[in-house]
Design a protein around this ligand. Sequence first.
Ligand code: GLN
Length: 190
Amino acid sequence: TATIGVLALQGAFEAHAKALESLGVTARLVRTPGELKGLDGLIIPGGESTTFLKFLERDGFLDALEGFVESTPTFGTCAGAILLAKEVRNPEQASLAVLDIAVERNAYGRQIDSAIITEPTKLPGGPLEMVFIRAPRITHIGAGVESLAERDGSPVLVRQGHLLAATFHPELGHDARVHQLFLDIVAAKR
Ligand code: GLN
């Protein structure tokens, strides 16, 4: 079976590990660049992208991760999606720049910055519950990127080949379909 890493420097990594384990997959918490070795896929969880960057700037972690996401399935949620994005605004900040999307951080405004919405998506199985916490807004997607779900007309779940990104927190919902989709991407790659 596949071994999936969950970047565990900061943020919502435990809930991702549980979601993976509920789908019968071994989750490995990744805290050093060496722990990326041998993984079939990686989840970069939500949290605070600026704090992630601070940790990643140590020990060559950012370089190792850049190489990893180039060809290994990676799923970024919220702050993780920001880290994968080619372009980050509000404010501009460094990223892995591998996923052809532009994001604006904390873009849903104070009143509605955190919300739970249930909307139809392109995933089979009916409407999906999506938990947003100080989410970024995806303001642009490149030609090679597919939008699988939207909120207020902006994509919130996107896929580009072996890369998946959600601006919401699928690990906090009661629905395993988004994690399952990622596992399907991992299985196809293997
Ligand atoms: N607001 C955070 C950021 O800009 C993301 C929030 C989250 O991951 N829940 O990095």
